[in-house]
Design a protein around this ligand. Structure first.
Ligand code: MG
Length: 172
């Protein structure tokens, strides 16, 4: 009973608009057709695993394609407080980045959207965590696109628990 009530209360916020195995399975042309003009990407375990310091060639090629499709905004939005790490990725992909975004709290995204006059109904957040990326996007009425974490094994104990929890949530 408590379990059902809990799931019912959090579900609206943890239900992704789309679920994919990886960023490479997302149809970005379709997203544009659906009216999405702004893309926000999580970094860790969405674009690269925690153990990697560089994005792959495949990832660079994808972002090249995304640029060619022509979105108004393509931005990295990471909770990581390691500014050097995220800035390095941003440089590799030639994208603007926000670090320490405090997802699922909405204040960072709201500020970014206000500064750039972005209508969040026309924006998508792509990430590997229900409790941060997806929850924030849903609270803000953004399109929420969940991708499986790239490497759920080599992460901290807390992250492992989060991944186990979200796997359980996804099954409900
Ligand atoms: Mg992540």
């Amino acid at each position: 009973m408590i379990k059902q009530r809990f799931i019912a209360s959090v579900q609206p916020y943890l239900n992704p608009t789309q679920v994919h195995e990886s960023i490479y399975d997302i149809d970005f042309i379709e997203l544009q057709t659906l009216g999405v003009k702004h893309l926000f990407f999580d970094v860790d375990n969405t674009l690269m695993s925690y153990s990697e310091t560089n994005v792959s060639i495949k990832c660079m090629a994808l972002f090249n394609d995304i640029q060619l499709i022509g979105f108004d905004t393509v931005m990295l939005m990471s909770n990581n407080s390691n500014v050097d790490r995220i800035e390095a990725v941003a440089k590799q992909l030639q994208l603007p980045a926000v670090t320490f975004a405090c997802k699922p709290f909405v204040f960072t995204m709201r500020r970014v959207a206000a500064d750039a006059a972005i209508n969040l109904n026309e924006a998508a957040m792509i990430g590997d965590q229900l409790l941060t990326d997806i929850a924030m996007a849903n609270v803000l009425n953004m399109r929420s696109i969940f991708v499986e974490p790239m490497d759920a094994e080599h992460v901290s104990g807390t992250k492992k628990m989060q991944y186990t929890f979200q796997k359980w949530l996804m099954r409900q």
